[in-house]
Design a protein around this ligand. Structure first.
Ligand SMILES: Nc1ncnc2c1ncn2[C@@H]1O[C@H](COP(=O)(O)OP(=O)(O)O)[C@@H](O)[C@H]1O
Ligand SMILES: [Mg+2]
Length: 292
């Protein structure tokens, strides 16, 4: 049985900030990011967890962070509990494989999204006026069409709920011209390397979101990288433009939720055991495909 962690409690370490998926502990100049097995769908955290999901996300992120090290530095300080501060060692069973000791960065307040295929809010915007984040795309693209030149389509973190797509000019106003240009550059470089790698493994990375931070006056990669939570992964087999594609990880959860009479506001419904198990297997599978 894979272990499951929905919520961490380490009273002597502190009270964490809890995001949708991560519990974040302050440790002086460092942070401890603990990736739980919480799962969200339609931006609502569900009552069930997906056993092993946190470990899968951690494994995938670390794999990509390393692969991109020559492009940009990242926030990782340590990944093994034995290299964490001594006071964390007694929590090894809880933390091992699902937590990262990271540099505490000043978060750049722009979500760096790159799209190589037209889906989600990008597809919605294109249908309206042929643009995404102010970028004009060729006419005649279909839902899920490949975008020959991947595009940088940043958004701001909205206080409540959904993020708002912004233009490159808006990005420049928020972070300055130089940083905006660098974010654009780094995001595209990282995506292109990952896309080419994943394609050889039969996976399309349709789009992904990354976050950057400032640490010692330098831009570094933070948060998670190219995981199923931050990206749309599609199977190359079965891909066809002109319709939405099954996403590799959460499709089972989403399809199940759509059979219910649920209005997609909290609280989310309980998932049946077979849906949980199938989803857990999907997460293991994507980890294996990408990093195995
Ligand atoms: N190295 C870092 N320094 C500072 N903040 C970070 C770092 N890495 C990640 N974060 C922040 O930690 C949070 C991660 O928790 P998560 O559960 O993913 O939150 P969310 O629900 O906002 O996605 C995000 O707010 C992210 O910006
Ligand atoms: Mg997050």
């Amino acid at each position: 049985m894979t272990d499951m962690v929905l919520k961490t409690e380490m009273p002597d370490i502190g009270v964490p900030r809890r995001g949708k998926v991560r519990d974040i502990y302050e440790l002086g100049e460092h942070l401890l990011l603990v990736v739980t097995d919480r799962v969200s769908a339609f931006d609502v955290v569900l009552p069930n967890g997906i056993p092993g999901k946190g470990k899968v996300l951690t494994g995938i992120s670390v794999f990509w962070f390393r692969m991109m090290e020559d492009i940009v530095k990242n926030h990782i300080v340590a990944i093994d509990v034995k290299d964490f501060p001594q006071k964390l060692h007694k929590y090894r069973d809880l933390l091992e494989g699902r937590s990262l000791l990271v540099k505490k960065a000043k978060v750049v307040p722009v979500e760096c999204i790159v799209r190589g295929y037209l889906s989600g809010s990008g597809w919605k915007s294109y249908q309206k006026d042929g643009t995404v984040c102010g970028i004009k795309l060729p006419a005649g693209l279909l839902e899920s069409s490949k975008i020959e030149q991947p595009i940088f389509t940043p958004s701001t973190k909205a206080e409540a709920g959904h993020d708002i797509n912004i233009s490159f000019d808006e990005t420049k106003r928020i972070v300055g011209d130089e940083t905006a240009a660098r974010l654009n550059d780094l995001t595209l470089k990282i995506y292109e390397r990952a896309r080419d790698f994943a394609e050889k493994k039969g996976i399309i990375i349709a789009d992904t979101k990354m976050e950057f931070g400032i640490y010692n006056d330098e831009i570094i990669l933070i948060d998670e990288l190219l995981t199923p939570d931050s990206s749309r992964f599609w199977g190359l087999k079965g891909y066809a433009p002109g319709r939405s594609q099954d996403s590799f990880d959460k499709q089972i959860v989403r399809d199940y939720l759509l059979t219910l009479d649920w209005d997609q506001t909290p609280p989310g419904p309980e998932l049946p055991e077979d849906i949980v198990n199938k989803t857990s297997e999907k997460y293991q599978e994507i980890l294996k495909i990408l990093t195995g």
